[in-house]
Design a protein. Structure first.
Length: 276
């Protein structure tokens, strides 16, 4: 009798920006120094994970041995930055270029959802008018975007390993699993299908998971576009972008805008809305 191999899919999830709207005194700080204007959640699906893991690790060893980087602080082990793992925010431009070049050589599938925090702020204010007990928390935004990001991603395979970047000291494994199960349940109910595949939520760090380093670079590139209007980084990786769902650009449709290979993300597409 022919045996069927179980299909197991790995997703590596991270965020860019932050979910903060107010400071400790309740003052709005969206867009101020240290507080992003957008919050983005994304994942990568990497078919050749073993190969890219080997190559990124080898690249880091090569760069650390290069005398050019001898006295660079981020390359020193005690800083726990590039010496341990690639992280676009901490890496030198010369290092970033090498990582981008390597990523472009691999088959990677990146998807993301984008939330405009000014629009989120309007929602929070409106809700507070009708419910005095409501208090916004960044976890609310994170879990909502998890449901949106994985809405159509959890019904085809037999098992899913979903690696989330650790966020602080709190263990949110149960909450994230619930968000994922809710996303799948709603999709299956809508399409009248059955799916009981196993979902494993795995907290991890870039140091121990190369997939986290990969998704960090994609998210950094996308965040540079939304926060600064810089196109060159996300355009470098655009061939690997499956979809970027801008939830709050509702000028043409209530569900937002989907940017894909056939509809690239450009400054011209957004300038009237945000003045980027």
């Amino acid at each position: 009798m022919k045996q069927f191999k179980r299909s197991i899919r790995n997703y590596f999830v991270d965020e860019s920006g932050d979910g903060v709207l107010f400071n400790r005194k309740g003052r709005i700080i969206v867009g101020e120094r240290g507080c992003s204007k957008f919050f983005i959640l994304g994942f990568v699906d990497i078919p050749n994970l073993a190969d890219i893991t080997s190559e990124l690790n080898a690249l880091r060893v090569q760069l650390l041995a290069d005398p050019y980087f001898l006295d660079v602080p981020s390359m020193q082990p005690e800083t726990h930055k590039t010496a341990e793992a690639f992280h676009a925010k901490d890496d030198l431009p010369e290092v970033r270029k090498e990582v981008f070049t390597l990523l472009r050589q691999h088959q990677i599938h990146f998807s993301a959802v984008v939330r405009d925090k000014q629009q989120l702020l309007s929602y929070v204010k409106q809700r507070n008018k009708h419910d005095d007990s409501y208090r916004y928390h960044p976890n609310e935004l994170y879990d909502y975007l998890v449901r949106r990001l994985f809405k159509t991603r959890l019904h085809k395979d037999d098992e899913y390993n979903i690696y989330f970047a650790k966020r602080g000291k709190s263990d949110r494994t149960t909450a994230l699993l619930q968000a994922l199960q809710t996303a799948r349940h709603r999709f299956c109910k809508q399409h009248n299908i059955e799916n009981q595949s196993l979902i494993n939520v795995i907290p991890t760090t870039p140091k121990h998971c190369v997939g986290q380093q990969v998704v960090d670079y994609f998210l950094w590139a996308l965040q540079r576009f939304y926060e600064r209007g810089e196109t060159r980084f996300i355009h470098l990786l655009w061939d690997s972008v499956s979809v970027v769902h801008d939830l709050d650009d509702t000028r043409q449709a209530a569900y937002g805008v989907y940017y894909t290979s056939k509809k690239p993300l450009t400054v011209a597409a957004l300038e009237n809305r945000r003045g980027i």
